[in-house]
Design a protein around this ligand. Sequence first.
Ligand SMILES: *Cc1c(COP(=O)(O)O)cnc(C)c1O
Length: 482
Amino acid sequence: MHLIYEQSTPGRRGVRLPASDVPAASALPDTLLRAEKAGLAEVSELDLVRHFTNLSRRNFSVDTNFYPLGSCTMKYNAKVLENSAALFTPFHPMTALLPGGVDFCQGTLGMLYDLGQLLADITGMDEVTTQPLAGAHGEMTGIMLIAAYHAAKGNRAKKKYVVVPDSSHGTNPASAAIAGYEIITVPTAPYGDMDLELFKAAMSDEVAAVMMTCPNTLGLFNPHIKEISDIAHSFDALMYYDGANLNAIMGKVKPGDVGFDVMHVNLHKTFGTPHGGGGPGSGPVGVKRALIPFLPQPRIVMDGDGKLQLETANPGTIGRTANFFGNFGVMVRAYAYIIMLGREGLIQVSEQAVLNANYIKEKLKGHYDLPYDMTCMHEVVFSASRQLEHGVHAIDIAKFLIDKGYHPPTVYFPMIVKEAIMIEPTETESKATMDAFIEAMIEAARTAESSPQALHDAPLTMPISRLDETKAAREQNVCHIG
Ligand SMILES: *Cc1c(COP(=O)(O)O)cnc(C)c1O
């Protein structure tokens, strides 16, 4: 397929406007005019439509097939949520900040305020800011809030470290490092969670925060979580909850009830926004009362008359962390999702997500090594170590699944599992879909034994086969393929 620029023919146009029959109002000043042409592709409307339609058909999405990408919660995103988000498009995101804007925007501010309250209820936090634009951005915002909390107590210099388990998502230590902390990594015990004794040894008065995902990236719920947070609090370290795995416990456990002080929620994972390819995301951050004074501004607050106002003069705030109020459209989707499902529906989501993952675990554990063989939560992590005896790696199985029409599961993460294959079916897949996927996984395991080369050669049905991924990352040269 050629790039759109390679299809360009000088003078070709998609749309031709008739010559204007009214006088031009005024010419743009020279300073606003380009010196040169913009260099856009010159194509007909049909060329353009075909180009992008064909490109989109090479895309894989939840709307086209099963997408069991562990840690990403690639659930079906109901179209009614898209329609809900579209209802708000006439509003400029700055409207509330204009003179009189707050009066005009009580409805949109009310939606944001209500969403914050719903998320606070779901997570057991006292207040939520919707500003952060993704999970990682939420983590950074959360760690900045923790830093502000320690600074307000005169402890900013003393509190140097953030503790993370070695199973943590890479964004956890990265966010803490960007916020100025040194990282202490605690190994995982054979029972699949942060080693409790090594954790105790790592703790001191110099620790500012402990960042955890629960269930962790092995899909396992940590039975010591309350004890861990009690220990952290005894050193005045705050507990940060990475909410990427909230789909497993929503309606069942509130992170705020088991000792977490700050957390983010990935609306694009748990709450009905399509994602992939980098966006759009949203990572609202919830905090316990002690951290409210440091929240980003403008903060939406309700006055005594029940009217929403924007608080902008809080001296303790860490400041604004994103433009406007965050990714507004994503929040409309999340709001509609929560209202649509209700309390009982959200509980059903997590129950079904956990049931589905355990179904796949039980069906596949005779064919793949299961390093942590216990009841999992919403995702299950296998290892391709048995297949490795035939020279087949996790990546080969992933590529084979592409030929079968599936998006591959997450591979090589979490990094503590050799040849990891991390499968997250989510609650929205039917038993029939999961059964067909299980069949494909079993076929991959059998093929690894009978003809490993077939797996090395996959995928055969795609426009391109295997890329030199290192070269592709180092030399980002967008040339035309196939
Ligand atoms: C996805 C994910 C993140 C980061 O969230 P983004 O929204 O992609 O920035 C953090 N931790 C875990 C466990 C995740 O799965």
